[in-house]
Write a protein that binds this ligand. Structure first.
Ligand code: NAD
Length: 496
């Protein structure tokens, strides 16, 4: 990413197109405090596939963050965006997004390098999330409190209202530039919380366009601001600003912990990393396992927090599974993410590609077997299966965030559970078995936010509670759960 300092006049976003005067490059103005920003400093957004410039977005600074936060306070205090209208806006936005699905999918491809087949899934899931958020807006209510259950409560009426927590600071990562933004904005709008959104500086365009679409669907123009810029400049200023009552963050563990320390006096919701395990029992259907891992392990080039990374297989099926994975993965097409046939595109940056390639090399130097892949051709790392990485290697211990799946044999289910649980992360885990007894043990003993039986850990729908145990986070997304996080309970007691 490069910073441009220039004085530029741009046309507004019109009819689904962004245009620029005096430049061949699209300059995409983010909405801050109700207006498209007239920036004089711009950030380049680069296409990870070929390094070309996709567009420029404003390089915001703390003064923009302050303006956005102040506008959010004014929007909240107007009190003119009632629950039924919030539901209508979310439904209307879902319709618009579905209509413009291809346009949004293309934006996601260009700025993130995600293959178009995966980008379409992301758009589809974002539409679902907006719909679920509309449903959450329609059903949001408080609880009755059984006051007469105490002698002191006799003859009184008690209930707890759900009131918006206030302004939400939402900070999102690069790997799902549309969907993760809908997971923050949908519930916040449902609740009646204005938002200051800081999208990834590497993939900010989908977020800017989504907020424009929400305004087109009827969202008050100053309800959501998008402050584009780096984490150090803009993200840190947003976290430190006194206005937001909640920081909702999805991203890496280091940044998550830094935010936790900096957000003094605020609620902090964290969706963090994982290195997702898959357990393959002796009674599993290996063809099904190989197909699930082929699809889930390499979609978005493995850049998902729940991509199967550590395949733990019973030793009796180890050799068979390695062969099945080798054959299945060999059929994946690596290439231009805009091509329909492509399964695996580039990583978000050449630097990330080098990092993952170095981890593969280091594991191989210590005896891990490269079953397939491992090669970098241009900007593309070919889908890779590694058998028996050392348990102390980065490839096994850390989150890879690349198109690499490792295989580790185990002797019995007790060992499998120990291996699955022995890292600091606990987002989702997959278990392949046909035994009810093993399933029940898995559900009891695996310390994860989600235990998926006969499925890869990537499987997800917007309405489920999604989030991590242990180091993987402290909250649950999915609109009907996130709306609880973004509200506070106000107890009311009525006495005659
Ligand atoms: P990242 O942590 O580098 O950046 C995430 C966001 O934080 C970006 O917008 C960035 O600009 C901002 N940021 C950086 N420093 C900041 C600071 N000091 N203060 C405030 N904001 C700051 O993550 P990334 O590389 O964009 O995304 C990949 C990571 O996200 C992976 O670790 C992945 O596991 C995680 N992730 C988790 C989930 C989940 O649901 N648990 C989903 C997707 C991605």
């Amino acid at each position: 990413m490069h910073l441009h300092v220039a004085s530029i006049t741009v046309d507004l976003y019109r009819d689904g197109q962004y245009s620029a005067k005096g430049s061949g490059v699209q300059q995409i103005r983010a909405r801050v405090a109700g207006r498209h920003l007239a920036a004089d400093r711009w950030l380049e957004v680069l296409n990870p596939y070929d390094g070309s410039e996709v567009g420029r977005v404003p390089a915001c600074d703390p003064t923009h963050v302050d303006a956005a936060c102040r506008a959010a306070v004014v929007a909240l205090s107007r009190g003119d965006f009632p629950q039924h209208r919030r539901a209508q806006v979310l439904d209307a936005a879902a319709v618009l997004l579905a209509e413009r699905g291809e346009e949004f999918a293309r934006t996601v491809v260009l700025e993130s390098g995600k293959p178009v087949r995966d980008a379409r899934v992301e758009v589809h899931r974002s539409v679902d999330t907006l719909r679920s958020s509309a449903a959450a807006a329609r059903t949001l209510a408080g609880d009755m409190v059984a006051l007469p259950a105490s002698a002191r409560g006799q003859g009184r009426l008690g209930f707890a209202l759900r009131v918006p927590i206030g302004v939400v600071a939402a900070i999102t990562p690069f790997n799902f530039p549309l969907e993760l933004v809908t997971h923050k904005l949908g519930p916040a709008i449902a609740d009646g919380c204005p938002v200051v959104l800081k999208p990834s500086e590497r993939t900010p365009i989908s977020a800017i366009r989504l907020v424009d679409l929400l305004v087109e669907a009827g969202l008050p123009h100053d309800w959501v601001s998008v402050v584009t810029g780096t984490g150090e400049d803009v993200g840190a200023a947003l976290v430190a600003h006194p206005v937001p009552r909640l920081v909702s963050f999805t991203g890496s563990i280091g940044v998550g912990r830094a935010i936790e320390r900096a957000a003094v006096g605020k609620r902090v919701d964290l969706e963090l990393v994982s290195n997702a395990p898959v357990i393959v029992e002796p009674d599993a259907d290996l063809t099904r396992v190989a197909e699930a891992i082929r699809t889930a392990g390499f979609s978005n080039a493995g850049q998902s927090c729940v991509c199967p990374q550590r395949v733990l297989v019973h030793e009796s099926r180890h050799a068979d599974l390695v062969r099945a994975l080798r054959d299945a993965v060999a059929t994946l097409v690596t290439g231009d993410p805009l091509e329909e046939a492509t399964h695996v595109g580039p990583l978000i940056s050449p630097r990330e590609t080098s990092r993952v390639a170095a981890w593969i090399g280091a594991a191989a130097d210590e005896g891990a077997i490269v079953v397939t892949g491992g090669k970098v051709v241009g900007r593309l790392l070919h889908p890779t299966v590694i058998d028996q990485p050392p348990l102390h290697s980065d490839l096994y211990r850390k989150e890879i965030l690349g198109p690499v799946v490792t295989v580790t044999p185990y002797a019995d289910f007790t060992e499998a559970v120990r291996l699955a649980n022995d890292r600091d992360f606990g987002l989702q885990v997959g278990v392949f078995t046909s035994s009810v007894a093993t399933t029940l043990r898995a559900v009891r003993e695996l310390d994860f936010g989600g235990v998926l039986v006969n499925e890869a850990p990537t499987w997800q729908v917007g309405q489920q509670p999604y989030g991590g145990a242990r180091g993987s986070g402290n909250t649950r997304e999915g609109p009907s759960y996130a709306v609880q996080e973004m509200t506070e309970l106000r107890f009311v007691m009525l006495s005659a």
